[in-house]
Design a protein around this ligand. Structure first.
Ligand SMILES: Cc1ncc(COP(=O)(O)O)c(C=O)c1O
Length: 413
């Protein structure tokens, strides 16, 4: 298989000339992945931050199988189906109060593209077309499509495409209010990753700042977009990270753990006020956006089953315990000279190593190899090592991974 992989496949985020052979994964079970050469690896990054209930969960597999026997897919313009309607209703029940309309798409990037397009057209439909600017935060990451690269901070991910990216106003959280005071009349929306900026370096920022950003947006009549693609569904210890600051954004983006990581699906949810700006007898005010697989029934069915597990399983209590374990287990690393910072939020534990190499720092691959040798799959963002396991990980497994992390960090050259 690996020879055929090399011959036919082009992997994401991978320098195909120099990359080592990929792991050949033949099955998953709970928090473990199994390779074709008989290795058992603990999935410490939830398979790119998507998996929450573990791999090959029987209830989730059953939900997909049952739905596949009834209806696998249908066009979602001019047609609807029970899984999509049920999921929309359930999501409105758990989302921050006031988010009442669910627009489906396929992945985190499309969820954000949809949000940005909605915000721009919202103002056009309301006859304020001068509001065209998006305000985004330093270190932001919102996806890899052209529009989401534009709102993401410039980086090695976006450099090659800079000529294609629209301009945004880039600020720190504390600069949002003064920026809107000065330029608010040309701003359509502020976009943030609430509480935790993921791919930009697992940077945590305070709930008070998020509350201030929300306030500033209200004061200056600007929409707030919360990108909860990573943070949604319990990852930060609350169902949604906005809850830490008790705020409701005007638009929220969800994906990743929405389906427990089983199938691609995304949601861009809005308030009635945003939705209503698109209601008109004038058909040009329609939101002209959709994808072939919008609201795929299999994906909606597994998302519903995941919500059942989240509600039945006292999952937020589990994440709270995980947070305590991560804090206690990583704290000793604060005294290691090589360690620049240790931080924890919900089910995410971060050890930042001192370095100036950023994302391309050679520490990343060396740490990756060191953990693989011990049977743990971790994929540092350069010098930023983090653990973000599926919530079903046991206390003993967390202790074991934390011990591995302490050993590797102390030994790494
Ligand atoms: C906050 C955030 N937004 C958007 C995305 C893009 O999601 P996707 O990779 O599904 O396109 C990611 C992916 O890591 C993310 O962390």
């Amino acid at each position: 298989m690996l020879d055929r992989d090399r011959q036919f496949v082009w992997h994401p985020y991978t320098q195909m000339k120099t990359a080592p052979r990929p792991l050949a994964i033949v099955r998953g079970q709970g928090v473990y992945l199994y390779t074709d050469d008989g290795r058992k690896l603990l999935d410490g990054i939830s398979s790119w931050w998507v998996n929450i209930h573990g791999h090959a969960h029987p209830r989730l597999a059953q939900a997909i199988a049952d739905q596949a026997r009834r209806l696998e897919h249908v066009i979602f313009a001019g047609a609807t189906h029970e899984p999509a309607v049920d999921l929309a209703e359930r999501l409105v029940g758990v989302l921050p109060a006031g988010l009442t309309k669910i627009f489906y798409s396929d992945n985190g990037s499309t969820a954000v593209e949809v949000a940005v397009k909605m915000a721009i057209q919202y103002w056009r439909n309301r006859n304020q077309p001068a509001r065209q600017r998006i305000v985004a935060l330093e270190h932001a990451y919102h996806g890899d499509t052209i529009g989401t690269m534009a709102v993401s901070a410039p980086s090695v991910f976006t450099d090659a495409f800079s000529s294609l990216l629209f301009e945004v106003d880039r600020v720190k959280p504390e600069e949002v209010e003064p920026h809107l005071r000065a330029h608010g009349e040309r701003v359509a929306a502020v976009i943030v990753e609430p509480m935790l900026q993921g791919a930009g370096g697992m940077i945590m920022w305070p709930a008070e700042s998020l509350a201030h950003v929300r306030e500033a947006c209200y004061r200056h009549g600007v929409l707030l977009i919360a990108d909860e693609v990573l943070t949604g569904f319990g990852r930060t210890g609350r169902m949604f990270a906005c809850e830490h600051a008790a705020v409701t954004p005007d638009i929220i983006c969800l994906s990743k753990a929405l389906t427990a990581g089983y199938l691609p699906l995304a949601v861009t949810a809005t308030t009635n006020a945003v939705f209503d700006a698109f209601l008109s007898d004038d058909r040009t005010k329609t939101f002209f956006h959709g994808h072939s697989f919008t609201a795929n029934p299999l994906a909606c069915a597994v998302a519903l089953a995941s919500l059942d597990l989240l509600e039945e399983g006292r999952v937020l209590e589990r994440v709270a315990r995980l947070e305590r374990q991560l804090r206690d287990g990583l704290a000793p690393l604060k005294d290691v000279p090589r360690v620049a910072d240790v931080r924890v939020l919900g089910g995410v534990g971060v050890v930042e190593l001192a370095s100036d190499g950023g994302y391309l720092d050679s520490l990343g691959p060396r740490l990756y190899d060191a953990f693989l040798k011990r049977g743990v799959l971790l994929r540092p963002l350069g010098n930023v090592l983090y653990l973000m396991p599926p919530y079903v990980i046991t206390d003993a497994e967390v202790d074991w991974v934390l011990e591995c992390i302490r050993e590797v960090v102390k030994q790494i050259e």
